[in-house]
Design a protein around this ligand. Sequence first.
Ligand code: 13P
Length: 450
Amino acid sequence: MALLGAGAYGAANAFTSVAQPAALSPIGNQGVSQQRLRGNAQESNMWSISGTTLSGGAAAVAAMGLAQVASKAATKKRANKMSKVVALQAYNGWEHCAEYKEELLATVKAITTPGKGILAMDESNGTCGMRLEGIGVENTEENRQRWRSTLLGTKGLGDYCGGAIMFSETLAQESTTKGKSMVDLAKENGIIPGIKVDTGLVPLVGGNEGENWCRGLDDLKERTTEFYKQGARFAKWRTTVRVRNHSALAVKEAAHGLAQYAAICQSSGLVPIIEPEILLDGEHDIDECLETFEETWSAVFKACADYGVMLEAVLLKPSMVTNGAQSGKKADPETVAAYTVGALKRVVPPAVPGIMFLSGGQSEIEATLNLNAMNQSPNPWHISFSYARALQNTTLKTWAGKDENAVAAQAKMIQRAMANSKAQLGKYDPATADEDASAAEGMYVKDYSY
Ligand code: 13P
C-alpha cells in the first residue's frame, strides 16, 4: 500500500498539522515528525502514542495530544487559526527539490501502486555480457539492444512493473522498433524509465581488506540533470557492505554516498532508489546478517536526515535478511520474512513509501516466495520487488538470442512479473503457478557486480 500520493500534498492545507510543534527537529524521530506533517493530527497513525516512551519532538507531539483532550474545543479553535502558519514555518524539507515535488510524489505513487514492482535491467555492459554469453550470444551493443527491446516491448508489462531501471546505454538507445527509443517503448507500455547512476565499486582505502566503496558523486548533479532530460524519473545507486569483518568505515561511507546521491537526485527530479546491499557472500548466519542490516540501514537514515533527503520521495532496495551463501544453511520464506520485516520495522521510518527488494542470486521462485511471505501481515510500506536476475532468467533462456523466440520469451516475462505482482499482494500460490524448471535455478555468483 502506498502511504502517500501526489494528491496528499495537493492542497496547501493538506500540509498542516494541528499538533506540530514549531521546533520539531527533522533529524530526531524523523518518522514521527513526517507522519505528523501528512495530515490532520486527528487522523489515525500506526503507533499507540503514550508519551512516556517517546523522546524529543515525539514526546512533545504526544504531550500536546493529551493537552488537546483536556481542552478540545479551545484547541480546535486555536488550531484552525494557527495550523497553516505553524506547519509552513516549521518545515521546508522540500526546499532542495521544490520544483519537482509533485512529480517526485507522482513517480513514487505510480511505482508503488498495489501489485506493482520494478524490472531491474540496469546491468553494466560487462555484466549484461556475462548473461548474454551464458546463452551463447555475443556481447555486442546490437545484441544488448535486441535483448533490452524484448524486455521493454513486452505488452502489458506495465501492469506489473511500474518502472524499469536502465543502464545509461539503454536510456539513450533506440529500440529495435524503428523510430522508437527505449524510453518511448517503456513509456508506451506504462513503465517509468529509471537509470543506474553509480559508477561502480572500487577498493575502500582505510577499510578492511577486500572492502569497497561506490563512486559517482563528483559529476552526479550534471549527469542526473541530463538523465532527467532523457526521460528518466527515478535512479538507482548500489553500494555494498559485507556481513563478517566489515569496518565501521565501510558502513559510514555507504551511508554517506547513498544519502548525498539521494539528495542530489531529488534536486534533479529523480526519485532515488537507496540500495546498500548486504552481501550474501559468506559463512555468516541469519542473525549476523540481521545485525549488519540494522547497523547499515540505521546509518543510512541518519545520513539521509543530515543531507535533508525527503523520505516521502525515496524508494529503498534492500537485500533480504538471510543466511550467508557459504553457511550451509537455508532459511524458509517465513523465517526470512520475519527477520526482514522485523528489521525494517526497527529501522525504516514509515514516511518511506516503498521497499523494493533485490533478488541477490535467489532463484525466481525463491524470490517470489520470500516476497509473498513478507506480505502476509500488515506493514506501513509497499513491499515489492526490484529484481534483475529473478525476473529475467527464464525469459533470457527462452529468448536464447533468437528473434523468433521473442514472443515466447515475453510470455515468460509476463508470467514472472505476474507471479511477483501476486506476491506483492501476498497472494502467490506455488501450487497453481505452473513454474518452469529454470525458475527454480539459483543464480548466486560470488563477488557479483553490476
Ligand atoms: P538482482 O535482483 O539480480 O540481485 O539485482 C539487483 C540490482 O541491484 C539490479 O538493479
